[in-house]
Design a protein. Structure first.
Length: 597
């Protein structure tokens, strides 16, 4: 059994013990169930009295030594066995379900928490649909195994042992017939396991593909509608869904071989036992009741054998699920805290990149020995051609990624020496692609500080020039913005993002082209809000329009991941370097647009 499953089951040892005891009682009642019928056939209809080993029933319970008395005892015994088995079954079912649900809950949380600890590097290559499939389908498989299969294996083994013992007690040569076929079944099941595992792995892959396509299609529904791609998206899903159906049918076809195989073996054994048993009854060496009990045991014997054989397919499915879950839990792309990491408190905001080299792939660096310094309270712009590494620089500051070489320092201390959560609490973000969560405007504004008061939320919205349009909405701050805030305009989303940064009140602020896609009126409101937000903070800003950096204290110019220029707007224009060239191109483009208008 996987170490992961054992760890998940350990907190529920008490409940599993109750389940185990209930299952043992169910086994005992299952073994006892055929005996009342034997009493009727052999004693009520035969000797007309209870056997000697049940003499206590006459002495203490008043059952008579005659046909109806024996039948009455058999009926009472049948009822008692059924009641005890039903009570045991209830406890078995209830606590089994309880364990399964809590194990699934613990596993989902463990996976989800681990996913949130991974660096963004992991998500550069991961498929979200596959991750969702693991958290849902694979966790459900582990839930089924943990809640029932684990104990069922033990119980089935015990049932086989007890059943074989009783069957040998009845007639050893009869029992050899059944036992002789058991290795054939188990050998068949062992060979079937490999095929089931391969088919299940293919099925899980296809199911993950379906989820990925659905997630991608619904996540880009605006683009799909804009370009009329509905039919193409449906075709993609249809192809993936058909492949999933084919994989599911292959897996089911392989697993379905077990039941017919067992049925045939049981039929052969039953036929032989009926033939041999009838001859023994005629010869007077076996009673009809004994043959009836033996036939009942024969049927019950093959059920746990069948379950254990079928369990190989369950184990194969569980193994595949565990492989996919372990692939996530063993992912080592985690930004780790160093031993003794400290809480910086509220930082002053002095930032220094010291010969930083970084690449999303180890063999292709994006930044090459980048060095620059920012004083507390300075506003610094980062500019450069597309692909020069601007956004990468901003991603290193909150430790979304780790540098390959060099250091990033805040207030003279390597950020790797800070606690990660404490470091990120010192940084506010307003990005070009504003992400709003499905929820109310209030919840989105307070996302970075959930304990913010109503007054603080409204004040943050006012500073961000958002209070006016929020107040006009039907439910005000309780208005639900929908997935990604699609019911709001770009400018409104940006102002909510600014309010979110205001309420976080971090000393360092990262602005990644926050006005790039806005119309002039929205841009004016956003810039006005940003100026309020930037006051008294260290600001690093990527700006699409270079003119917005006129008042920056410093501009850092990147080209191919290298710092090629640093200085004020005026000095860089005068220097005639890359910044001057970019500014000239942008100025000419803006003039052509104005002339065309």
């Amino acid at each position: 059994m996987s170490r992961l499953v054992i760890d998940l089951l350990r907190p529920y040892r008490g409940r599993l013990t109750i389940v185990f005891l209930a299952m043992l009682i169910e086994i005992a009642m299952s073994l006892a169930a055929p005996w009342p019928l034997k009493l009727v056939l052999d004693d009520a209809l035969g000797s007309h009295r209870l056997p000697e080993w049940l003499s206590w029933a006459h002495e203490y319970a008043g059952f008579g030594k005659h046909t109806l008395g024996v039948a009455l005892f058999a009926g009472a015994a049948t009822l008692a066995i059924a009641v005890v088995a039903a009570v045991a079954s209830y406890f078995d079912s209830y606590f089994t379900t309880s364990v399964g649900q809590w194990v699934a809950n613990d596993l989902r949380l463990r996976i989800y928490e681990h996913l949130h600890r991974l660096s963004l590097r992991y998500y550069d290559h991961a498929k979200i649909g596959a991750l969702v499939s693991t958290i849902t389908s694979d966790v459900a498989t582990i839930q089924d195994f943990a809640s029932s299969s684990t104990l069922e294996i033990v119980i089935d083994l015990l049932t086989i042992v007890f059943m074989v013992g009783l069957m040998f007690w009845f007639d050893w040569d009869f029992t050899l017939i059944a036992v002789a076929f058991t290795p054939i079944l188990l050998l068949f099941a062992f060979h079937l396991k490999r095929a089931v595992k391969a088919a299940t792995r293919a099925l899980r892959h296809r199911q993950a593909e379906v989820l990925s396509i659905v997630q991608r299609g619904l996540g880009s529904i605006l683009l799909t509608n804009a370009f009329g791609g509905q039919a193409l998206e449906v075709a993609h899903l249809e192809a993936a869904s058909h492949a999933s159906v084919a994989a599911a049918l292959r897996a089911r076809g392989i697993k379905s071989l077990m039941s017919p195989m067992v049925s045939i073996v049981v039929a052969i054994c039953t036929a032989v036992v009926l033939w041999k048993g009838t001859s023994l009854i005629i010869a007077g060496t076996m009673t009809a009741g004994a043959l009836t009990v033996y036939l009942a045991y024969l049927k019950k014997f093959f059920k746990p054998v069948k379950d254990l054989a079928s369990m190989t397919s369950t184990i194969a499915q569980t193994t595949v699920a565990l492989e996919r879950i372990q692939a996530i839990l063993s992912a080592d792309e985690i930004v780790r805290e160093r031993p003794g990491a400290i809480d910086p408190g509220r930082v002053r905001g002095a930032i220094r990149f010291d010969r930083v080299t970084f690449g999303y792939d180890a063999d292709r660096p994006v930044l090459h020995e980048v060095s620059f310094s920012i004083e507390p309270g300075e506003v610094v712009g980062i500019v450069g051609p597309t692909g020069s590494g601007k956004s990468t620089v901003l991603s290193l500051l909150p430790r979304f990624y780790e540098p390959m070489l060099g250091r990033v320092l805040i207030d003279g201390i390597d950020i790797a020496d800070y606690k990660i959560a404490a470091l990120r609490s010192q940084i506010g973000f307003v990005l070009q692609d504003t992400v709003l969560l499905h929820g109310t405007i209030r919840e989105n504004i307070a996302y970075g500080r959930p304990n913010a008061t109503e007054a603080e939320i409204i004040e943050a919205a006012r500073i961000a020039n958002a209070d006016e349009f929020i107040s006009r909405m039907p439910q005000g701050y309780d208005s639900v913005v929908g997935e990604r805030g699609e019911i709001l305009s770009g400018g409104q989303r940006q102002r909510i993002a600014i309010a979110r940064a205001v309420i976080r009140n971090s000393p360092i602020l990262i602005l990644d082209e926050p006005t790039a896609a806005l119309d002039p009126e929205s841009e004016h409101l956003v810039i006005e809000a940003l100026r309020r937000l930037m006051k008294g903070r260290t600001v690093i800003m990527i700006a699409h329009r270079l003119s917005t950096l006129v008042d920056a204290d410093k501009i850092i110019v990147l080209e191919d991941g290298v710092v090629v220029e640093q200085g004020t707007h005026e000095a860089l224009i005068a220097g005639g370097g890359l910044f001057s060239e970019l500014h000239r191109i942008q100025f000419q483009a803006a003039r052509h647009v104005a002339d065309a208008a």
